[in-house]
Design a protein around this ligand. Structure first.
Ligand code: ADP
Length: 344
């Protein structure tokens, strides 16, 4: 048998990968033959995320990555679910995020949302600043044995089964798994699960959180931006700094989201389809003038620092502006200038 030189990926050189492959194949067989039955118990998702964070923190630290966890208040995360399979879903996503990121961060964000009517859903985002993928690649990665490109197996190992299993498990729970990614910028995997509340008495005792999940946001920011790559970067920076972020992809969507209320600050890209950021700002300011709420800071974001940008932003009703690309410190400084009263 010939063994490839410098191979770090094949089953001969890494016996564990053979074990992983067998486990993955067994999972696929079980799911596809409908033999996998979920075992529902009262659980708290923050505990599961904390456990995954604890396991993955070693590998993340070895790579010098920041592994951040931010969860909604514990009381919102008491649900009926299959703890083992939920942990498998989150572990797959976080371990991929760590594997495909060489610099920066991996963020795990968990929030609970009310659905129209009586239901609720939990949204788990795993965001990284890693190698990312093209749009075409993201369309294939949930298929079995598929990796983003042929070099992945040589560089990172893996079976190409993890995401297929993760998606199938999520769907078995009635949920969805989505991805948005940009090559060289990072990826965001989002699990959305409809959930049923667990009665408090049924819950296991709280486990000690390893990475102190944040239970509240520093403030609510409306991010108006149309370019997916910028959204991934800006949203991740803001969430890492502790802000809750809602994204609007056109000026019109930004005005509508703003009217729904609840924002402490708006980051407004000036160039967007349908309606640009200047016009959106004018409409927001008109609405504020005739409404009961106070003045909410709007920071314009421009593609290049051109002479006259600042004046144009201020004339439209913005409070300030910054040009892309910006770094986390610049963002934090400018937001702090306009939201000084918010929690640090
Ligand atoms: P494996 O990790 O075993 O290769 P998966 O099914 O978990 O298989 O993932 C399929 C492919 O999707 C990976 O090989 C990789 O190309 C891509 N991928 C998954 N997660 C990420 C991520 N966070 N960043 C970049 N690429 C990713």
């Amino acid at each position: 048998m010939s063994v490839r030189k410098n191979c770090s990926a094949c089953c001969v050189c890494r016996p564990n990968s053979l074990l992983n492959l067998i486990n993955d194949l067994l999972d696929v067989a079980k799911i596809e033959s409908h033999e996998l039955v979920l075992e529902l118990h009262a659980l708290n998702i923050a505990d599961i995320v904390s456990e995954v964070g604890s396991i993955m923190s070693v590998r993340a630290a070895e790579k010098n990555l920041m592994l951040n966890i931010k969860c909604a208040a514990r009381t919102e995360l008491n649900i009926m679910g299959d703890a083992v399979r939920l942990q498998q879903i989150i572990t797959n996503l976080v371990s991929n995020a760590v594997k495909f990121t060489d610099e920066g961060f991996v963020n795990i964000l968990v929030k609970a949302e009310a659905l129209p009517g009586a239901g609720r859903q939990v949204v788990i985002d795993v965001v990284d600043s890693g190698i990312g993928m093209s749009h075409a690649q993201t369309e294939r990665i949930f298929d079995k044995f598929i990796q983003a490109d042929p070099s992945i197996s040589r560089r990172f190992g893996g079976t190409g089964l993890g995401l297929a299993i993760t998606k199938q498990l999520t769907e078995l729970m009635g949920g969805t798994l989505a991805v948005s990614s940009r090559e060289g910028l990072g990826s965001r995997f989002t699990v959305t699960l409809p959930v049923e509340n667990a009665a408090h008495d049924d819950l296991p005792p709280e486990i000690e959180p390893i990475a102190a999940p944040r239970t509240d946001a520093r403030g609510h920011i409306l991010l108006a931006e149309d370019y997916e790559g910028n959204i991934i970067v800006a949203q991740a920076m803001l969430e890492e700094q502790g802000y809750d972020v809602i994204v609007a992809r056109t000026g019109k969507a930004a005005v509508e989201a703003f009217r729904a209320g609840g924002f402490d600050l708006v980051l407004m890209d000036v160039q967007m389809p349908e309606m640009d950021g200047y016009e959106a700002t004018r409409l927001i300011r008109e609405g504020e003038a005739s409404g009961p709420g106070g003045h909410i800071p709007i920071i314009g974001v421009t593609a290049n620092a051109l002479v006259g940008d600042r004046e144009k932003c201020l004339a439209a009703g913005m409070d300030d502006y910054m040009s892309k690309p910006f770094n986390p410190a610049q963002l934090e400084h400018l937001i702090g200038k306009y939201m000084p009263a918010l929690k640090a």
